[in-house]
Structure formats: C-alpha cells, structure tokens
Design a protein around this ligand. Sequence first.
Ligand SMILES: Cc1ncc(COP(=O)(O)O)c(C=O)c1O
Length: 359
Amino acid sequence: MIALPDFPWDRLLPYQDLARAHPDGIVDLSVGTPVDPVPPVVRTALAEAADSPGYPQTYGTPRLREAAAGWLRRRHGATVDPADILPTIGSKELVAWLPTLLGVGPGERVVLPELAYPTYDVGARIAGAEPYAADGLLALGPERVPLVWVNSPSNPTGKVLPAEHLRKVVAWARERGAIVASDECYIELGWEEQPISILHPDVCGGSQEGLLAVHSLSKRSNLAGYRAGFVAGDSSLVKRLLEVRKHAGMIMPAPVQAAMAVALDDDRHAQEQRERYARRRAVLRPALERAGWRIEHSTAGLYLWATNGTNCWDQVRALAEKGILVAPGDFYGDAGRSHIRVAITATDERVDAAVMRLQ
Ligand SMILES: Cc1ncc(COP(=O)(O)O)c(C=O)c1O
C-alpha cells in the first residue's frame, strides 16, 4: 500500500456544516472550482464531436496539438512544435503520475515548493520517491535530484516567479540533469504581475531541454468538468510520456479533444472570464482587509492568501461562523499555518454576500 496523507478536504467538513447553517446560505470560497458557464463555442464543439465510436489518440489529434502550440505562441511567447505537446486528462492526473511516468523511484527526492498544491507531494509518494519541500535549491547542496516542480502563479499564495528566478532554476537543473516541471495552470490570471512560462525564450534560452510546462483549461475556460489539460516541452520527455501513457490507456476522450482545441483557439471567452474574476477579486480583497486580514502575495491566480496572525483553523472557524468557507493554509504546508486561502471563484451574488457579511 502506498502511504498517502489523509485527503485534506475531509478535515474541512465540520466547518462546511457550520457555514451551511448560515440563514442566507454558504459562500464557498474553499476549493476554487469554476462556477461560471462553459463557453457556448466549447459546448457546441463538444456536441458536434459526440459521435465518437472509435478509440481516440493518446497523442491527441493534430488539430488539438496545433491549437495548443498556437495558444502558447500567441499568448505566452513560447514556440513549441505541435509534436512536443501531449493532452492530459486534466492536469491533476499528470501532476500525480509524472514522477512515476518518468521512472523516478525509491531513494530519489522530488523537489516541490514549500507552500504547494498537495498533489506534487502525493505524486512523489505514488512513485515511491521522497517529496522534498524547498523554495531554494541551494539547500540541496551537491545532491542530484531527478525532478523539480515550480508553480507560478502559485497555488495557494498567488505569488509569481520572475523570469530571473526561473532562469536560475533552469540553469541549476540543467547543470545536474534534473527535469523542471512547471505547473502553469494559472498563467492567464495575472493581476498585478504578468506570469511568464518556463518555455519563454527569456527563461529557457530558446531550448526546451529538460523542461516540461503543464497547462490546464479548468480555470481559463471553465473546463474543470471536461478534464482538459496538456503538457509541452522537451521532445524526448514528451515522447517518453506518450509511450507510457499509450500503454496505460491515459487517453483524453475524443469529444473533449475537439472541445479543447476550440477553447484554445478562442481568447474572447477567456478574457470575459478574466474580467469576472477581476471584479470578484476587486471587491473581496478590500472587504477582507477591512475585516482585519492582511493579503500577502496574491498578485496573480485565483486565490487571496490572507492572514490575521492567528492559527489558520481559528480563521477558518471565524469565517465559517459568518457562513464563509475558506481553506486553511496548513493544507499547503506547515509554513501556511497562520494563513487562509480565499478563492475568488464564487458567483457575483455569493461574493457580494461574503462582502456584506465581512462588514
Ligand atoms: C497548482 C495546480 N495544479 C494543478 C491543478 C489541477 O487542475 P486540473 O486537474 O483541473 O487541470 C490545480 C487545481 O486546482 C492546481 O491548483
């Protein structure tokens, strides 16, 4: 049996019950699941591809891989050959299985951020490797590691890693033969800072050697329910992932491939969604500040990383008593024990209700 941590969200259930008891109902700012409609162009593409009796391609259709390459070029200044793109069934499965798919194993350490999305840790454990939380690579000394995760903008903190920082990570990793996996699922949600992809020439120097960028349409296009993501980068690594995924049946359904291609080609719906989140962020942030919370980082992404100096679970309780459910910072590492993570993903009506209750 693989020893995995308790599923963190189960620990939040009593507070969910407390928040639900509010006479005007719960405002759920915990998980960060999209609540706005799937864009009509994407739904149409899904429906038009509904008659899909045959097996889809693990590699993804050329149409899908070209759309992903086009989006990376157009929106993020990264030139990637469509051959070096591979669809994934959402990005969480890739995060959880990447160490295993790459052959990382016992006796090896996978580096991940100190405050991080819990699945990097889980993925290392599934592979039988050891998760190692460190923001600075110097702490590793001369040790060689197979895989380093970076996540910018960060879940949970909303911090953006500047190009210079990412360049240093890439140089460090290349010197030692480590792979850098960059989880960029919030890259389109820069507010006060513009996130940059690991595959941008200013970071990677024009070569994708040793690099993988992990992308998701869950947040950009409200496609969390479709399970739509992709990984792009180093040609030989993508080929290796493709080989194993073909054997293992890790295949994105054909209608989702068709829908995802259309979503990647269309920037208009993504801009509209950005504007929705911008508005919610603009009202929630000052409301939390007026109620005694300080917001740290949070210059990009879908979350406000907040603290009032007390233990995170006391903060969770105080807000649950107002009917507002948020995530405790210690879900993301010990360093988060005095913080909460507040998602900006509720409807305008629910966000306005939270603002009222914070007054
Ligand atoms: C940092 C990070 N990576 C990956 C994911 C997984 O997203 P999905 O599987 O929906 O693509 C999430 C989801 O919230 C996340 O916060």
